[in-house]
Write a protein that binds this ligand. Sequence first.
Ligand code: ATP
Ligand code: MG
Length: 396
Amino acid sequence: MESVILIKYGELSTKKDNINFFLRQLKENILFALSDLDASVTYDLGRMFIHTKEHFDEVIKRVKNVFGIHEMNIGYIIASTNFDEIKKEVLSLLKEKEFTTFKVESKRANKKLDTTSIELSRNLGAYLLKNMSGLKVDVKSPEVLVNVEYRLKNTLVYFEKIKGLGGYPVGTLGKGMLMLSGGIDSPVAGYLTMKRGVKIEAIYFESPPHTSMEAKNKVISLARKLALYNNDLILHVVNFTEIQEAIYKNIPHEYLITIMRRMMYRISAILASKRNAKILINGESIGQVASQTLTSMSAINETVSIPVIRPLACFDKLDIIDIAKSIDTYKTSILPFEDCCTIFVPKHPVINPSKEKCHEYEELIPYKDLIYEAIKTHEVKKITAKEDNDEFKDLL
Ligand code: ATP
Ligand code: MG
């Protein structure tokens, strides 16, 4: 009998035609999460198995961050389909546990069996009652649920369920470019998009010396938290200083943010296309700030033709904060380093910007040259989840 970690796919199993594509990617992502451990992955008949001699706790802790897994179990593969042998093996497994109430649940992947699942459960239940004293069946809330799956060449037994994150394996739905600031919202937007199977790269606009090294390190730290779900993460750091200063000097201040965001969108769209990313992703939420009214979003969005996905468009801030806490980005996001938007915030930003005025004002600066330069000089960093994750340990 071999102990394995059993992976169940949940929502993935609805992908009938291209399930193999999803499973190959899931296997790859699991192996990536375990790359410094000695482990292998196999799959068949709707189940995936991790074979390893490493500590199961450590393996499960890592695999818990892989999208596309509905549930995990510590399972036992009995290399037999003979019911008498199976009964004995299950008994030996249960003898190591302390409990009084139990229930057996059976599944037949081997449809050739002429016994029904209910009969199999009853037979095994009766055998256990006979061979272990003091046991009782409780069908509603048993202390131990004995799951037995009768397969073609072997039999699978498992007890406790460990919940996975769900979603689709990262990489199965292509690539997206996340606009990642140091705030609370954009890391959450990135997380939710990765959960739908989209692999992300991120882009951060910095404005040194108006923004500090700490602000940049904060974004790197957030990128590292996201890398955990993304098999590493490529971060593009774009120097935005000249563009921002040109806007600040030449354009009426109520339009600063609108024009600045139009420039960010343009640069993000160009980098997305260079990197073969099919969407932009950002943390905008309807109504949250002046640049997130519907008129503002429309005036900003017209600069690009790539789809812009806003996973948080309809979320309340408190719900966003709950997710930020659950993925451990919140404490980093609220560190008090200015990002480039907060420094150049005007007293009265326009709430309903006109597109015509945007066009008129943009003629006042050589924005195409500035954008070209910003892209040409941008810095690319590969961020891995495994490096030291304690940039701010004194502050957190
Ligand atoms: P966040 O909490 O994510 O910073 P926010 O509520 O502060 O968002 P804005 O500053 O208006 O809102 O930014 C909206 C979105 O634009 C952000 O969620 C992010 O996706 C993107 N963004 C803003 N600033 C930057 C930046 N410096 N670099 C990259 N993306 C940015
Ligand atoms: Mg922000």
